[in-house]
Design a protein around this ligand. Structure first.
Ligand SMILES: CC(=O)N[C@H]1[C@@H](OP(=O)(O)OP(=O)(O)OC[C@H]2O[C@@H](n3ccc(=O)[nH]c3=O)[C@H](O)[C@@H]2O)O[C@H](CO)[C@@H](O)[C@@H]1O[C@H](C)C(=O)N[C@@H](C)C(=O)N[C@H](CCC(=O)O)C(=O)O
Ligand SMILES: Nc1ncnc2c1ncn2[C@@H]1O[C@H](COP(=O)(O)OP(=O)(O)OP(=O)(O)O)[C@@H](O)[C@H]1O
Length: 508
C-alpha cells in the first residue's frame, strides 16, 4: 500500500504536491489507467491518449472507488465542470484528490512498480527487443535458463504467453500495460523466480509500459521498417529501442549482422556482439547445418572456446536468436556445458515452425507456423522445402489470408506457395467480417490451379492434408500458429491448428 509520501517519492514530487487525504482509503492498493478496471482504493492515472483524454473517465473512476487521480493538467477546471456536471456532485463530498505529473504514462509505470513492491529489484529481468525475433529469442533464453535453474526459478512474458511457475497463460500484447507488467513480475517473484525474460516492444518502451522495470540484461535482435506510425522515422524507432541498452544494468548483447545492432555496439562498448561476421564476440561459424531434428552450428565465444550448438529449431535466422540468448546466459556467468546441454533440449516456440511430434510416428513432419504474409511464407516454406528435399518427400501447405486488411498480398501469397510447395490448400484464416470465399478466390488468383485447391473449412483442410501425407512429406499449416480461435464473420470461433492436425493423425 502506498501513502501520500510514498507517492511523492516515487514520482519525485514535493511532499505537498500529493493530497494528504486520499478519497475513502488509507493508501493506494493498486494503479490503473483504465477506468473500467478501477477498484476501491486504487489510483487512476488519466493518460492523454491518441484517441481519448483519460481525464474524461476520471469522474467515473472516482465514483467506482478510485482514491486518487493522477493527471498531466489541472483538473477539474470550470470547463471540465461544465462538460460533466457529475464532477460537482463528487466535489460535494470534499475536494477531489488529484496529483499533477509531467508525464502520466511515466507516472503509471513508476507507480505500478512501487505498488507491486518493485519486483524487478529482487530478480534479474532480461529484456529482449528488436523488430524480428523477439519472441523466439525470449523463448530461447527462457528455456536455457529453465534448463539450468528449473522452471520455478524463471518467468517469461511474451506476445504469445506469460509463464509463471511453469504455468502459461495467453497474452494480449507483446508488452502489456505497466500495471500488468508489474503484477506479472510480482507473481513471478512470489513463485520463487530469480530470473524473468521480458519481451520488450518499442511500444512498451515508448509508452513507458516498462518504466518501473530495472533490467539486468538486454538483447537487441535487429531493426527493420515497422511501426513508423507511432515512431515517425527509423531514427526515432532506433532511439526508442536503444533505451533498453541504456537501462540494462548488466550484460548487453547486440546483433552485428544488423546495421543498427552495429551502431549499438559502437555506442555501448561494454556490450558483447553476436552474428556471423568475423568481428562478432559470439560468432556463428558458417555453414549452419539443417538436420531433421533442427540445426547445428559452431559458436566461437570469447571465453569458452568453440561451442557446438544443436537447437531443435530451423531457419538460419534462429541461429542468431540462439546466439543472442547464449551470449547473455554465458555473460551472466552460467556454465558453458549446461548452456550447450540446455540448447539441445530447447522447447518449441509456440506457432514459430512448431512441429507436431506425433506426426513423426506416421513417417512425416507436420508443422504449424504463424506466417501470414508473402514474405513470412517465403521464409518458412524455403526452410520446409529443404527439409522435404532432405527426406525425399513433398511439401504440402495449408494457408489463407486474413480479412479486412492488406488485400494486395492475397495473390502474392498464392504465388509464393505454388512456387515453393508441391500442393497448396487455400483455406480460411481470420476473415473478420469479410466473406471467406471471396478472400480465398483472391488468393487463388495468384496460385497455380494445377497444384492448388480451396477447402474453406480450416479443420476440414487440415484433416484432408494429414490424410494425404506420405512418408517423408512435410505438411505445414500457415497463418494461425498456436492460436486457439478464428475471427469469423459474426464472432470468434474455437479453432486450433495443432488440435485439428492431431485429430487427422488419430484418423489415419
Ligand atoms: C497504438 C497504441 O499503442 N495505443 C495504446 C494507447 O491507446 P490510446 O492512446 O489510443 O488510448 P485511448 O483510447 O486514447 O485512451 C486514453 C486512456 O483512456 C483510458 N480509458 C479509455 C476508455 C475508457 O472507458 N476508460 C478509460 O480509462 C485508456 O485506458 C487510456 O489509458 O494507450 C493505451 C493505454 O495505455 C493502450 O492500451 C493502447 O494500446 C493499444 C490497445 C494497442 O493495441 N497497442 C498495440 C499497437 C501495441 O502496443 N503493440 C505492441 C507490439 C507491437 C509489435 O511489436 O508488433 C505491444 O507491445 O503489444
Ligand atoms: N533474428 C531474426 N531475423 C529476421 N527474421 C526473424 C528473426 N527471428 C525470427 N524471424 C522471423 O520473424 C517471425 C516472427 O518471429 P518472432 O515471433 O520471434 O518475432 P517477434 O519480433 O517476436 O515478432 P512478434 O512480436 O510479431 O511475434 C519468424 O517466424 C521469422 O519468420
Amino acid at each position: 500500500m502506498l501513502n501520500s509520501s510514498d507517492i511523492a517519492q516515487t514520482l519525485d514530487l514535493a511532499a505537498d504536491a500529493v493530497p494528504q487525504e486520499l478519497r475513502g482509503a488509507p493508501g493506494i492498493v493498486a494503479v490503473t489507467n483504465d477506468s473500467r478496471e478501477v477498484e476501491a482504493g486504487c489510483a487512476f492515472v488519466a493518460v492523454p491518449g491518441f484517441k481519448a483524454d483519460g481525464l474524461r473517465f476520471a469522474p467515473g473512476a472516482l465514483r467506482d472507488g478510485a482514491a486518487l487521480v493522477v493527471a498531466e493538467r489541472e483538473w477539474p477546471t470550470a470547463a471540465d465542470r461544465e462538460a460533466d456536471p457529475s464532477i460537482a456532485e463528487l466535489e460535494a463530498d470534499g475536494p477531489l484528490p488529484v496529483v499533477r505529473v509531467p508525464d502520466a504514462r511515466l507516472a503509471l509505470g513508476l507507480l505500478a512498480a512501487a505498488v507491486e513492491g518493485h519486483p524487478s529489484r529482487t530478480m534479474r529481468v532480461h529484456g529482449v527487443t528488436g523488430t524480428n525475433g523477439k519472441t523466439t529469442t525470449s523463448y530461447v533464453l527462457y528455456n536455457l535458463l529453465v534448463g539450468i535453474l528449473g522452471a520455478q526459478k524463471v518467468g517469461l512474458s511474451t506476445t504469445v504467453e506469460v509463464i509463471v511457475d511453469g504455468i502459461a497463460r495467453p497474452s494480449q500484447r507483446t508488452t502489456p500495460e505497466a500495471p500488468l507488467v508489474q503484477q506479472n513480475l510480482r507473481r513471478m517473484v512470489e513463485a520463487g523466480a530469480t530470473d524473468a525474460v521480458l519481451e520488450t516492444s518499442s511500444h512498451g518502451l515508448e509508452l513507458h509500459r516498462v518504466a518501473g522495470v530495472e533490467y539486468a540484461s538486454a538483447i537487441f535482435t535487429n531493426l527493420t521498417r515497422d511501426h513508423l506510425d507511432i515512431h515517425g522515422d527509423m531514427e526515432s524507432y532506433f532511439q526508442v529501442k536503444r533505451q533498453l541498452f541504456e537501462r540494462a544494468d548488466g550484460p548487453k548483447a547486440t546483433n552485428v549482422d544488423d546495421e543498427y545492432g552495429r551502431r549499438l555496439a559502437e555506442d555501448f562498448p561494454e556490450a558483447v556482439t553476436f552474428g556471423t561476421s568475423e568481428e562478432a564476440d559470439y560468432r556463428i561459424v558458417e555453414p549452419i547445418e539443417l538436420t531433421l531434428e533442427g540445426m547445428g552450428f559452431t559458436l566461437r565465444t570469447p571465453r569458452h572456446g568453440e561451442l557446438r550448438l544443436e537447437p531443435p529449431l530451423v531457419g538460419d535466422y534462429n541461429a542468431l536468436n540462439v546466439a543472442g540468448a547464449v551470449a547473455v546466459a554465458l555473460e551472466c556467468g552460467h556454465d558453458a556445458g549446461a548452456v550447450v546441454e540446455s540448447v539441445r533440449g530447447l522447447a518449441q516456440v509456440p506457432g514459430r515452425f512448431q512441429r507436431i511430434p506425433e506426426a513423426a510416428e506416421h513417417g512425416f513432419m507436420a508443422v504449424v507456423d504463424y506466417a501470414h504474409t508473402e514474405v513470412g511464407l517465403e521464409l518458412v516454406l524455403t526452410v520446409a522445402r529443404k527439409i522435404a528435399d532432405m527426406s525425399g518427400g513433398r511439401l504440402l501447405c495449408v494457408y489463407g489470408a486474413a480479412g479486412e486488411r492488406d488485400a494486395a498480398k492475397r495473390p502474392l501469397m498464392g504465388e509464393v506457395v505454388s512456387r515453393i510447395a508441391d500442393v497448396g490448400i487455400i483455406t480460411t484464416d481470420d476473415p473478420y467480417e469479410e466473406d471467406p470465399a471471396t478472400i480465398a478466390d483472391e488468393v487463388m488468383a495468384g496460385a497455380d490451379p494445377a497444384d492448388t485447391h480451396i477447402t474453406l473449412d480450416r479443420r476440414e483442410a487440415l484433416l484432408e492434408v494429414v490424410a494425404m501425407a506420405r512418408e517423408g512429406d512435410v505438411v505445414i499449416a500457415c497463418g494461425k500458429g498456436d492460436e486457439p480461435f478464428q475471427h469469423m464473420p459474426g464472432g470468434d470461433v474455437d479453432h486450433h491448428d495443432p488440435t485439428s492436425i492431431r485429430e487427422g493423425l488419430a484418423r489415419r
